[in-house]
Design a binder for this molecule. Structure first.
Ligand code: 5GP
Length: 140
């Protein structure tokens, strides 16, 4: 484990975020640079670098959280589907050394997202982010 990451600071409340879910082992918040409205990160509260470093029960709990959140996120933003990915190690494109599932809402005809092609050319402003986070929380 690393001692501190940007995500442990979010989980601790030391960095602002649109947190949509938190329990004793996992948290979820909107990605700061979303590739689609509702792009959410689901993380263990502890800063495991890679999936295989996690105790199996914590990995299972993380998957259970993902299982609960995905339909709520889809409903909240009216998505047709979701792309769910975990970049597991720096060579796979992992920039933050703290396990995180990306949940990326997908829409009919939105093209390919394999290379994280941005659907949001102009990004989202703070009030748009807040209202998306509210909508997801309302669906939980
Ligand atoms: P990775 O490339 O490691 O799979 O993805 C890291 C993700 O973390 C990126 O999508 C990036 O936008 C997001 N991210 C990095 N720093 C922050 C932050 O301070 N707050 C939030 N909410 N997301 C962040």
């Amino acid at each position: 484990m690393t001692d501190e990451t940007v995500f442990t600071r979010i989980v601790a409340g030391d960095l602002p975020s649109e947190t949509i879910y938190a329990d004793g082992t996992a948290s979820a918040f909107l990605d700061a640079n979303p590739v689609a409205p509702g792009h959410t990160l689901v993380v263990p509260n502890s800063p495991y670098r890679r999936l295989q470093e996690m105790p199996p029960e914590e990995a299972s709990a993380l998957l259970s959280t993902l299982y609960e959140l995905v339909p709520a996120i889809e409903r909240a933003v009216g998505a047709d589907a979701t792309t769910i990915v975990l970049n597991n190690g720096p060579e796979a494109g992992q920039e933050v050394a703290h396990v995180h599932w990306h949940v990326i809402p997908r829409f009919d005809d939105d093209g390919t997202l394999v290379e994280y092609h941005s659907l949001l050319e102009d990004g989202l402003d703070e009030s748009e982010r807040a209202s998306i986070a509210d909508a997801i929380r309302d669906e939980l």
